[in-house]
Write a protein that binds this ligand. Structure first.
Ligand code: CTP
Length: 408
């Protein structure tokens, strides 16, 4: 039986490309069912899509007496994916905020399907903080974005906001439907969030990590079929679904949790911001105000460095949060901690890094490769990190285990 996909077309000049997209997807053996917003009908007609797909189009207006009243529920039954292409700022905003003011939006909220979106809009609209926040929120909830790319836009401007080309969108859909479980069989251990060290029962010493980057790595690894354990400290984001969750709030708790899980993993991605120090003797009662106060801090163990000593053929990846001299500092950590790869972030920038839904990074590998990951959602950055970690893992499988080599 053919896989069914719902193609949601919204009101953009790129609407005409949706016709080609529908034909392309059908050419890949998919059954394509099209839903159109009323704005979309200003650019292309439902008849075009009915002719191309051989089925009725779900239109935005509410059903008239005599028409099927539950079309917004029944239309998507049996489908595997909803693809919004082109996706306007309007539909992304409405979807992010649960607005269901027509049949198409109601269908999107009711369908329970994985959603992909190919944004298309003017550059300034795309860059608007409200649009970026909506995209980030949707990405965090699992919507996969394809594009946009840069180029000449219908408004005459040049820049980011052009809908990704039809071939690329088609390829992304096919990957999502079929071949995306490329990490099946791999055991991925991820740490995320910011550790906190108690000072007394009320106060703590901590850092600004939101846990979003580590959560994205865990979410993407699980989505790609890996068996994932997430060791989470303090998190200011949704916890991903489909992962084994272990809570570890202090540096020592994280050391123990990682130590326990590490022997059973193939890849460790250490995205947590581990506290480098802990209070030697946290007070048992709330400390009362004084003119001054000093804390005796002692060093926490370096978790990555210690597990990497026993890594065998496992892949160990770390993050480096830097505010200056990023590359040199990251390279130093790569070597000092015996890592296979390190993801270097500039945390002095407000538009990426701590708390942001976006990231931009430089990835360095043990064998001297350097990759720039351009600014993208943390989900996309997570996928790039996992691609590289999985490639190193596969290459390691072709080699003798270091322990075995020593023994012979
Ligand atoms: N890390 C760790 N154990 C620690 C501190 C850090 O495993 N006690 C890990 C982090 O999870 C991260 C990497 O080491 O993957 C680098 O962390 P970062 O805070 O950038 O570096 P530090 O080693 O703490 O060095 P510094 O704070 O001096 O930059």
């Amino acid at each position: 039986m053919k896989d069914t996909i719902i193609l949601v077309v919204t009101g953009s000049v790129a609407g005409y490309k949706a016709a080609e997209l529908a034909r392309n997807l059908a050419g890949k053996g998919l059954r394509v069912k099209v839903a159109m917003t009323s704005a979309a009908e200003k650019f292309v007609t439902p008849l075009t899509f009915e002719a191309l797909t051989g089925g009725p189009v779900l239109r935005a207006g509410f059903p008239q007496p005599g028409e099927e009243p539950m079309a917004h529920i029944n239309f998507s039954r049996g489908a595997r994916l909803a693809l919004i292409a082109p996706a306007t700022a309007d539909i992304l905003g409405k979807l992010a905020h649960g607005v269901a003011d027509d049949s198409v939006l109601s269908m999107l909220l009711a369908c329970g399907l994985p959603v992909m979106a190919a944004p298309a809009m003017n550059t300034q609209m795309y860059k608007h903080p409200a649009v970026q926040a909506n995209i980030a929120l949707l990405a965090e909830r699992g919507v996969e974005f394809v594009g946009p790319t840069s180029g000449a836009l219908a408004c005459g401007e040049e820049g980011e906001g052009k809908m990704e080309d039809v071939e690329t969108i088609t390829a992304a859909v096919m990957k999502r439907l079929g071949g995306e479980r490329d990490l099946a069989g791999m055991r991925v251990l991820v740490t995320a969030g910011g550790c906190r060290e108690p000072i007394d029962p009320v106060r703590y010493m901590g850092n600004r990590s939101s846990g979003k980057m580590g959560a994205a790595v865990a979410r993407m690894a699980a989505r790609r079929g890996a068996q994932v354990t997430l060791v989470a400290a303090h998190m200011e984001t949704h916890l991903p679904e489909g992962v084994a969750l272990v809570r570890a709030y202090t540096g020592m708790e994280m050391r123990d949790a990682v130590g326990d899980a590490f022997p059973r993993c193939d890849i460790l991605v250490m995205a947590a911001a581990v506290t480098d120090y802990r209070v030697e003797h946290p007070a048992g009662e709330k400390v009362k105000k004084k003119d001054s106060m000093s804390l005796d801090l002692i060093r926490n163990p370096d978790i990555l460095a210690s597990v990497a000593l026993e890594k065998g053929n496992r892949v160990v990846a770390g993050f480096a949060a830097e505010t200056e001299d990023h590359l040199a500092a990251g390279r130093k950590k790569l070597v000092a901690k015996n890592l296979d790869m390190i993801v270097i972030n500039d945390v002095s920038r407000g538009d990426i890094g701590f708390g942001s839904d976006f990231n931009e990074a430089t990835l360095l590998t043990r064998d001297g490769r350097k990759m720039e990951i351009a600014r993208a959602t943390k989900d996309s950055v997570a996928n790039a990190v996992l691609d590289e970690a999985a490639a190193i893992w596969r290459a390691n499988q072709g080699r003798k285990k270091p322990e075995a080599a020593e023994a012979s």
